[in-house]
Design a protein around this ligand. Structure first.
Ligand code: PGA
Length: 268
């Protein structure tokens, strides 16, 4: 039996926060983490993904959480006005990058094929890719949710090298639950997470798949986090709206912490 999976609680700031607000948030969250988890927390990881304009100050703050970017281009460099690349992020000491968020797919035409290239570029520079997948409302109503998610995983992770699997995170974010206040019930989420685990096992083998943290995202809030995170195949949360304030994000981290303690057999 492999080790229990890490629980990951991630904040996606999306296009929010000017520098002063970002600095205050990072300071307050760092203080809360230092006070609450003075001995570190086995099996729990906190991630914050600010927009590009506040990435550098987040890194320089040397905060007790991981800093991820929200997107990157697949090329190392070139004539791609407005884009940034994996080596540029690495150069700033960024640890990982969200890839394939549904807002990128929906508003910026991001395709699974481009994502396969982005995933390869990220791992080539040692960045951890957090690959987001999820179906729309229409796809779910048409009974195609699993097929859609399978297609997204199989294309974006095609030829993903086994030795880079420790870098990989997956986030299941049903598009109908993002920013809508409508959360997948723990049953619906668990069912899809179990399916994702199965697909990953087909692709990489059961042991390897058993080590990949699969996060849930879509209207996670302090009052539903514990129930969602307690599902056996849900290994954390990717949080948008409720992560914009330290007060509510820290309550979601608290839920992750409880689950991590149970999984890793730590007694309070
Ligand atoms: P939400 O966003 O928590 O505001 O629904 C989640 C996400 O888009 O990652």
């Amino acid at each position: 039996m492999s080790d229990p999976r890490r629980v990951v609680v991630a904040a996606n700031w999306k296009m929010h926060k000017l520098r002063a607000d970002a600095l205050e948030y990072i300071h307050d969250l760092s203080t809360w983490i230092d006070d609450t988890m003075s001995d570190g927390e086995p099996g729990l990881e906190v991630v914050v993904a600010p927009p590009f304009t506040t990435l550098e100050l987040a890194v320089e703050a040397k905060a007790p959480f991981s800093i991820f970017a929200q997107n990157m281009h697949q090329a190392d460099q070139g004539a791609y006005t407005g884009e940034v690349s994996a080596p540029m992020l690495k150069d700033m000491s960024i640890e990982g990058v969200l890839l394939g968020h549904s807002e990128r797919r929906q508003y910026f035409g991001e395709t699974d094929e481009a994502l396969a290239e982005k995933v390869h570029s990220a791992i080539g520079f040692g960045l951890a890719p957090m690959l987001c997948v999820g179906e729309t409302n229409d796809q779910r109503k048409a009974g195609k949710a699993e097929e859609v998610v399978r297609g997204q995983l199989e294309t974006a992770l095609a030829e993903y090298p086994a030795e880079a699997l420790p870098l990989l995170y997956v986030a299941y974010e049903p598009v109908w639950a993002i920013g809508t206040g409508e959360t997948a019930t723990p049953d619906i989420a668990q069912q899809m997470h179990a399916e994702i685990r199965l697909i990953l096992a087909e692709m990489f083998g059961g042991d390897e798949a058993g080590r990949i943290s699969v996060l849930y995202g879509g209207s996670v809030k302090p009052d539903n986090a514990l129930e969602l995170l307690s599902c056996p195949d849900i290994d954390g949360a990717l949080v948008g709206g409720a992560a914009l304030e330290v007060d509510s994000f820290s309550r979601i981290i608290e839920a992750g912490r409880e689950v991590a303690k149970l999984r890793h057999g730590v007694t309070a």
